[in-house]
Design a protein around this ligand. Structure first.
Ligand SMILES: [Zn+2]
Length: 363
């Protein structure tokens, strides 16, 4: 949020998903293997592609980016994907319908002029199928697609009341999706950027954030935290009457001694692809420019990190461990007259925090 306070709301939102059909993956598989057998390969290739995409963004393919954040996500059993929020400088900001159309398209590309983008969009950027013939589709709610696909064709891009751009979807071309045998027209296309769809053969959705409402939604999405599970630990006992039943039952005595609170443990759900990503110690999120995380706590109620073998009391009582960005903000107010006219939130723009010495010094 510090970046948004300084640079303004994000302008572009990108979702980039790993594609197991990338040549780098398929060419490396051994005889009889499928990509799902090689999670380490999937995660390594995706990490390299993400680096390439972040470099492209840094080099200005989408305009001059003054701040960005990105987060890696793993849904249960699915492939790694990343969400990227970008803030553009004044000269690169999108203002006109022409700017919008040049940055994001929601139409099937011309197969003659843009064959690579055509291949990407027709194989990776098709929503659904949903609609009246597919009422059980995940996106269908009360007979409507909650992701706002399936409207009427429109000649021009415009903004709706919630600040969501309604991208131009002209009645130009169609194709038959080989996976579903459905005829796909421009209403099924997930918005994309032509340059990125040409270069990265993957699901690479790009949206324009045009209002603060959209931005709030995106930040919640980016920071919504990991999936969690609740597991129950119980002792199962075979009984003679259940000989033919492969499932065992808990005896009455055990039920009476059963402590529900003790038995439930909350845990994080980690998919196999996330486990593989973490084994390689690949980054989970990042942002530029860097920000100083400010501690917020009551007196003596701050977090102290200690190693497994350390003496907890010694660690907690260590003088350096008593210092946080907040306690030292008060100390800086005693030491520097300048500090007294800067709020805690704005402190990192005037003072620098050094973690080693636990001190604020004037920039
Ligand atoms: Zn839908």
């Amino acid at each position: 949020m510090a970046r948004v306070r300084k640079f303004g709301k994000p302008n572009l939102f990108i979702t980039f998903t790993c594609n197991i059909k990338w040549k780098e993956i398929t060419d490396t598989l051994l005889l009889g293997q499928t990509a799902k057998d090689r999670l380490e390969l999937i995660t390594c290739v995706f990490n390299l592609k993400l680096d390439a995409l972040l470099k492209d963004i840094k080099d200005g393919v989408l305009g001059n980016v003054i701040a960005k954040i990105w987060v890696i996500e793993f849904q249960k059993r699915s492939l790694p994907h990343t969400h990227i929020l970008l803030i553009l400088d004044e000269a690169s900001k999108l203002r006109t319908v022409e700017d919008y159309n040049s940055m994001v398209s929601a139409e099937i590309p011309d197969p003659i002029h843009h064959p690579k983008a055509y291949k990407t969009v027709t194989s990776c950027m098709v929503h659904g199928p949903c609609g009246p013939d597919f009422l059980n589709a995940q996106c269908m709610e009360q007979g409507k697609c909650k992701k706002r696909y399936l409207g009427s064709f429109s000649e021009e891009t415009c903004c709706d009341v919630d600040g969501y751009p309604e991208y131009r979807r002209r009645q130009t071309r169609t194709f038959v999706d080989p996976k579903t045998q459905c005829v796909v027209d421009n209403w099924w296309i997930v918005p994309y950027n032509l340059h990125l769809a040409t270069k990265y053969h993957a699901h690479i959705n790009m949206e324009i954030c045009s209002s603060i409402f959209a931005f709030n939604h995106l930040y919640k999405y980016v920071y919504k935290g990991p999936n969690r599970v609740t597991v129950v630990v119980e002792r199962w006992v075979d009984t003679p009457s259940q000989e033919n039943n492969p499932q065992a039952v808990i005896t009455n005595v055990e039920w009476q001694n059963h402590d529900e609170i003790k038995a439930y443990l909350e845990g994080r759900y980690i998919s196999t692809s996330e486990a593989s990503w973490r084994l390689f110690s690949f980054r989970m999120h990042d942002g530029t420019p860097s920000v100083t995380r400010l501690a917020m706590h009551e007196l003596g109620m701050h977090m102290v990190v200690y190693n497994d073998n350390a003496n907890i009391f010694e660690t907690v009582n260590n003088e350096q461990n008593q210092k946080t960005t907040l306690t030292e903000y008060f100390q800086a107010n005693i030491d520097y007259p300048l500090a007294r006219v800067v709020t805690y939130m704005d402190f990192p723009s005037v003072f620098t925090w050094t973690n080693g010495t636990k001190k604020w010094t004037i920039r």
